[in-house]
Ligand binder design. Structure first.
Ligand code: UPG
Length: 476
């Protein structure tokens, strides 16, 4: 078939590694099913993407649209990875500036579908005008969407029944079954601080953006599955979003992603040499994702807790150079020397081949911030979790997973969120080596049956593809 005769899909991910990667994974799935994809992002983000396998590379057209400049956004910053979290709203403002070039791209290409991300609340009206069906691809789980609540409430169209801090800390009134998926006080206080900051810079409130993205879509595709959260999926489809919600499955990664070989395998060779020397299931892999910016105190407690645990560790630290004027990844004095002298730790500053490390037989647990990508990757490999959520919906994910007993949260002070090196060390030992922690390890291995079931998730992709092909646009 000629490429121009294939069904065309335009993908519009948000400017964040944790979004670009799953959008690209979904693009690859569609290309393998015969679709022609236009994957739109800014030049630097496109350049950073994992390599596309040669058998489908001609079916994924990487489209670079330059990011408009806005005040206070450093010129080099094109994704959340390049910024401390308190500056992300400038990136959101710049992203909104893509509306005009995006509209003209769509007018010229007239694809069969547009699949967009949470930040692009302005895309559905453009798609409607052009008569192109559009889908919101939701990269968080259904429990999070349910916690956020109905779009009309988020957008300020109908009254918000959650008025007090107590209301916000409790189970939302629209959740009809018992739930432990709630935020802690320190998480809510941090979210409110960010919300107010964002409100001052962006043209619309973060709530309006979060509500109108699913509201404007013809269908919501979600990276989830009924085997994991059927109650929540049903709740969001029937009561919260009140439109078709189609799970695309968990998109579990293959253990060797093509990005691992961007330097001809040099990085991996060095890392695997170190991992190969460690005992089976003894190493803790530590990463708090691509967005969280811990305070200096948090970094110190984390570092000293790792040391205190006596466990070997692999710690990937987001490149501190990205964080302008910010020294929050300053490690405690002498820490790096002690670690390299004893050979007990591997500190990787920048980007690590996460999936490949998690799949190594020496790794016995994952200290994680609970980003949805990381959770899926870890549980698809049966790794137990030591959870330290920082921002966004990560706290909700941690509650959900603690309930499933696939790991434990590092205890934090309820009000200020502080944690100690002792609690880091204790939690690590509990999940990775203590006899009492065997439940966590066993439950995490069991969860692999859902998260790592390739056949199950291939079936989800088949149904998703069928949905795209069978869709009949509504009469206007
Ligand atoms: O050195 C690194 C760092 C990250 N990754 C990959 O980058 C992704 C990171 O995604 P995630 O674990 O979800 O973390 P964040 O990028 O910090 O996640 C943002 O996006 C997620 C999906 O929307 C949300 O769940 C989080 O709360 C939000 O912070 C994963 O695929 C990792 O494997 C690497 O391969 N190497």
């Amino acid at each position: 078939m000629e490429n121009k005769d294939r069904p065309q899909v335009v993908m519009v991910p948000w400017l964040a590694m944790g979004h670009l990667i799953p959008f690209l994974e979904l693009s690859k799935c569609l290309a393998l099913k015969g679709f022609q994809i236009s994957f739109i992002s800014t030049p630097k983000n496109i350049d950073k993407l994992p390599k596309i396998p040669p058998n489908i590379s001609s079916l994924i057209n990487l489209v670079k649209i330059p990011l408009p400049q806005v005040d206070n956004l450093p010129v080099y910053a094109e994704s959340t990875f390049d910024l401390p979290s308190e500056k992300v709203h400038y990136l959101t403002k710049a992203f909104d500036g893509l509306q005009v070039p995006m509209a003209s791209y769509l007018e010229n290409s007239l694809p069969n579908w547009i699949i967009y991300d949470s930040a692009a609340y302005w895309l559905p009206p453009i798609a409607n005008k052009l008569g192109i069906p559009c889908a919101y691809f939701c990269l968080v789980n259904a429990a999070t969407i349910a916690w956020n609540g109905p779009p009309s409430v988020l957008m300020g169209i109908t009254e918000n029944p959650r008025k007090t801090l107590e209301d916000i800390l409790g189970v939302p009134p629209w959740v009809p079954f018992p739930s432990k998926v709630v935020y802690r006080l320190h998480e809510i206080l941090r979210l409110m601080k960010n919300y107010n900051q964002d409100n001052n810079v962006e043209d619309v409130s973060p709530g309006y953006r979060a509500g109108s993205s699913p509201q404007g879509a013809d269908v919501v595709f979600i990276r989830s599955c009924t085997e994991f959260e059927s109650d929540w999926l049903q709740l969001i489809e029937e009561n919260i979003l009140q439109k078709p919600v189609v799970p695309v499955g968990l998109l579990p990664p293959s253990s060797v992603r093509s990005d691992d070989d961007n330097d001809n395998g040099e990085t991996w060779r060095e890392i695997s040499e170190w991992l190969d020397k460690q005992k089976k299931e003894s190493v803790v892999y530590v990463s708090i994702g691509t967005e969280a910016t811990p305070t200096e105190e948090e970094v110190v407690e984390l570092a000293l807790g790792l040391e205190l645990s006596q466990l070997p560790f692999f710690w990937v630290i987001r490149n501190p150079k990205c964080l302008t004027g910010d020294d929050s990844f300053k490690l405690p004095d002498g820490f790096e020397d002690r670690i390299s002298f004893s050979g007990r730790g591997y500190i990787c500053k920048g980007w690590a081949p996460q999936v490949r490390i998690l799949a190594h037989p020496s790794v016995g647990g994952f200290l994680t911030h609970c980003g949805w990508n990381s959770i899926i990757e870890a549980l698809s490999l049966g790794q137990a979790l030591i959870m330290l959520p920082f921002l966004g919906e990560q706290g909700l994910n941690a509650r959900m997973l603690e309930e499933r007993k696939v790991g434990m949260e590092i205890p934090r002070d309820e009000r200020d969120g502080s944690f100690t090196r002792d609690s880091v060390a204790k939690s690590l030992r509990m999940v990775i080596v203590d006899e009492d922690g065997e439940t966590f390890r066993a439950k995490a291995r069991e969860m692999r049956g859902i998260f790592g079931d390739k056949h199950l998730h291939d079936q989800y992709i088949d149904k998703f593809v069928q949905y795209l092909k069978d869709y009949k646009p509504k009469e206007t």
